[in-house]
Design a protein around this ligand. Structure first.
Ligand code: SAH
Length: 230
């Protein structure tokens, strides 16, 4: 099967590229795409650059040009839930866009007409992840991930996102990848390891924990890839 692995930043895919070892590269639409064989699958791997727009471009290209049949996102996120500590893994049950606001017309936050506030991640991939976590002896949290084009480093904004969307973690790419996959009818999965708590310390924590948390997430994603049916 052809599987796409996406990160937002170079640091998020570096551990994946190191593990797969050999790959070919191609350039398209402002990105570099890495292709290889791994775990009995063909993989296409890329980092999109930060935010909803770039990640939507990358996901679309993965599907349309590289013919990805499933997309798995691996990266880091700010934790909202008190249960999530730095380095913990969270998979998205569903994702929303916390920065979409056309409430002036009576719509709820995060809602775009003809769409929905939440987009659910693929249930088969989530079940597989739960099995992988048990086998690896790793605690895997499942929850709502809120996405927006903002690095959240404020307790106030974080609490608003928690209250409004019942979100457990936040980041800047998951919901846009979800939106692309929903529209192309491609199953997707979003995994994040916590790099910071989206509070006043977030900037410093992010810089300190980006690499270690990114590799926790990458390692788990590769284990999943090896166990996805052919
Ligand atoms: N330091 C980087 C910017 C990082 S932006 C630079 O200067 O280039 C944060 C990235 O990590 C995004 O890709 C986002 O998905 C994720 N992320 C981690 N913590 C976050 C937070 N508190 N708020 C928003 N996104 C966060």
């Amino acid at each position: 099967m052809k599987l796409a692995l996406i990160g937002a930043m170079r640091e998020e895919i570096d551990p994946i590229l190191e593990a797969v070892n050999e790959y070919t590269t191609s350039e398209y639409a402002g990105n570099t795409f890495y292709e290889c064989q791994y775990g009995g699958h063909e993989l296409v791997i890329a980092y999109s650059k930060i935010g909803k727009v770039f990640s939507a471009i990358t996901a679309s290209v993965m599907i349309e040009r590289y013919k990805a049949q499933k997309i798995l996102f691996s990266g880091v996120a700010g934790g909202i839930s008190k249960d999530l500590k730095i380095g913990d893994l969270v998979m998205a049950s569903a994702l929303c866009q916390h920065d979409v606001d056309i409430t002036a017309f009576g719509h709820p936050y995060g809602f775009i007409p003809e769409g929905s506030v939440m987009i659910e991640a693929d249930s088969d991939l989530r079940s597989l992840a739960a099995e992988v976590a048990v086998d690896m002896g790793i605690e895997l949290y499942e929850g709502i991930i809120a996405t927006g084009d903002q690095f959240v480093a404020s307790a106030e904004r974080k609490e608003w996102i928690e209250k409004t969307f019942n979100a457990d973690a936040l980041e800047m790419e998951g919901a846009s990848v979800a939106c692309v996959c929903q529209n192309f009818n491609v199953p997707f999965f979003v995994l994040r390891a916590i790099s910071d708590a989206a509070d006043g310390e977030a900037g410093m924590d992010f810089d300190t924990f980006l690499k270690s948390s990114a590799s926790v997430s990458a390692k788990f994603i590769l284990e999943m890839v090896a166990r996805i049916g052919h």
